[in-house]
Design a protein around this ligand. Sequence first.
Ligand code: KG4
Ligand code: ZN
Length: 336
Amino acid sequence: MKLLAIESSCDETAAAVVEDGRKVLSSVVASQIEEHKLYGGVVPEIASRRHVESISGVVSEAMYSSGLGFSDLDGVAVTYAPGLIGALLVGVSYAKGLSLATGLPLVPVHHIAGHIAANYIAHPDLEPPFLCLIISGGHSHIAVVEDYTVFRVIGRTKDDAAGECFDKVARTLGYPYPGGKYIDEAAKSGNRTAYKFTHPKVSGGKYDLSFSGLKTAVINLVHNAEQKGETVIKEDVAASFQKTVGDILGEKLYAAASDLGYKKIVIAGGVSANSGIRSKMKSVADSLGAKLYLPEIKYCGDNAAMIGAQGYYDYLAGRRGDMRLNAAATLELGMS
Ligand code: KG4
Ligand code: ZN
């Protein structure tokens, strides 16, 4: 079963051809980051325009490098939610056009489910049920993946997403957007015990998360030092901050896995590329006697291969879109 998958929810225009949800035949990602960098974040109007310009070429390249024609495919999967509405609409409209022209069925895919499914590509043995920590630029969730298309969110951030927090701290330290990977790099030569940041007290659910207090603490630390004419060692701030994020995530994940008895732990989303968080999650899994699954670095961030992986399971579950398919800027995982 082969699907062409399309992803355009934020600032990457991506297309991929994926076989049986696990084998990537081609994957093309056109990133707009260099342009958004100038503004310190994603400018939605620019993102939509660049998607419109890139999508035909990106899809053609994905088809060409897969070595297949449309008649070899079984469907077109597309990210329809959540994300920037104008950006999503480009992918959805293009996929609808392709479906209409070729007669191939249309499979709408939830972006976060796609991030989780990036793990099916890396781990042929991975099957639900499992516990999943999703840490991306827009979302931070702890979810039970009961089946390939059945999700139960048991914890969520009350304020900033983990990636958003990385990006804001990076900006304060003078790194370009998106700053997560610069923090990761700087942290490697920093002292992670140089600064102590407190863990948030989160009101609400036991597995809920919060990052805005940590973000403010780091920003205040840097600004206070500047006002006194002192300089902070950026690498030390980065390492201490990254350690705190890992500890906060680790604490909640540990609690959820031990309470609910999960022995399979999956990490997903852009921040799962972080080397410090990857090793922290390994030690959390080890202390639970659980197996840890991480996506390959190239599939941690936004891409269409993960949409093709999830699309396969959505297709098997009978999910179909038609010409009325619309994009949605917000849609809780598991509510689609
Ligand atoms: O999942 P993603 O590509 O987009 C969303 O769906 O939101 O996540 C992007 C986020 C950005 O905040 C980026 O800074 C962060 O992932 N990120 C990282 C690293 N690589 C990307 N954060 C920390 N360390 C990294 N190595
Ligand atoms: Zn994403």
